[in-house]
Design a protein around this ligand. Structure first.
Ligand code: X2X
Length: 333
């Protein structure tokens, strides 16, 4: 009995010494800023990765997560990650396009049909192309993109069943020319608003709707201020884990390896969590009072085509980038 107690006491002492060291005396401390709640799979899996990194680095590397846009909204954080105010920041490739124009390729309306197309593309040629574009702008990103999901339109006014329902619709979109252009093509009235202000914008009626994957509609409690969910699946969106270049280059190689290994492994788990959540959360949202409908996505795509959306973006991205996208999705857009 005494022996067992002794062993337990030693175990506790070891745990404490690791904790203390990482809290007070890590050689390298990163801030990881993002716009999601702690309950979203992104932060659940990031927290696990952070703990593994702390452990494997023997307390030399500490990463503190700042969720829910605590350090600022996405457009502020995009400046901070460049200046070094934060060392890590997860950002949608579509918002990142305000700095790296061609990073938004994955968000072209109705390009991706399913996750079976998304992951080979983002882990393959399309992802490699975009990471190259990001590096040209002086930022770095870890190899594996994390999942945000296929985006659905919510509204407080009524279901979106046909493209005509989007005409004049006041919809919040993230800050990015691709989003604005897409909803302008639908004849809507898009308002560019950071995620940090989205709940309030919906609550106060500045806009009548927004679009996000089901996982976020649940974890960010958008069901409290929205009633209808239309399953348009109009774009697939993810999160690149961006790094400040100077901060990354100052890490010794063994720590770089530990950080990338655990974050890339966490990405795989997070992708599965979000897919599972997006597949199962509908009934939870219905029990909170939301009403779902499944519009015919072809009608929406036809509307974009006739408005010149695809021709316009093909010329903006250029032939080379467009060809990489079409190859990734296995069809002409
Ligand atoms: O701002 C959004 O809507 C969000 C959370 O989906 C992104 O980060 C793009």
């Amino acid at each position: 009995r005494t022996l067992m107690l002794g062993a337990a006491a030693t175990g506790i002492a070891t745990t404490f010494s690791i904790r203390t060291r990482s809290a007070n005396a890590a050689e390298f401390t990163y801030k990881f800023a993002n716009n999601q709640t702690l309950t979203h799979p992104m932060n659940v899996r990031a927290q696990e990765a952070v703990e593994k990194i702390q452990e494997e680095s023997g307390g030399r590397m500490a990463i503190n997560i700042f969720p829910s846009s605590q350090l600022g909204a996405d457009t502020d954080m995009l400046s901070q990650i460049r200046s070094g105010g934060v060392e890590m920041f997860s950002l949608s490739p579509i918002i990142l396009s305000t700095l790296v124009p061609n990073s938004s390729l994955n968000g072209v309306g109705f390009a991706f049909n399913s996750y079976d197309e998304v992951w080979p593309a983002m882990d393959g040629e399309l992802g490699a192309y975009v990471r190259g574009q990001i590096e040209e702008k002086g930022l770095l990103t870890l190899e594996k993109i994390w999942d945000n999901g296929f985006r659905q339109i919510t509204s407080s006014k009524g279901p979106i069943a046909t493209p005509a329902d989007l005409e004049g619709f006041k919809i919040r979109v993230p800050v990015s020319p691709l989003w604005t252009s897409m909803f302008t093509a639908f004849g809507s009235a898009p308002a560019s608003i950071n995620f940090a202000e989205t709940y309030t914008a919906l609550q106060t009626g500045v806009v009548d709707g927004q679009e996000n994957p089901l996982a976020i509609i649940s974890t960010a409690k958008l069901f409290e201020v929205q009633q209808y969910v239309s399953m348009t699946n109009h774009m697939w969106d993810g999160f690149w884990i961006l790094l400040n270049r100077r901060a990354w280059q100052s890490l010794p190689e063994d720590l770089q390896d530990i950080v990338s290994k655990h974050f890339n492994a966490a990405a795989e788990l997070q992708r599965k969590d979000v897919m599972d959540l997006n597949a199962t959360v509908q009934s939870e949202l219905e029990s909170k009072g939301m009403t779902f409908n499944n519009p015919d996505s072809k009608a929406f795509q036809d509307k974009l085509r006739s408005a010149g959306f695809y021709a316009d973006w093909k010329s903006k991205y250029g032939e080379e980038a467009w060809a990489i996208l079409e190859k990734a999705v296995g069809k002409q857009l």
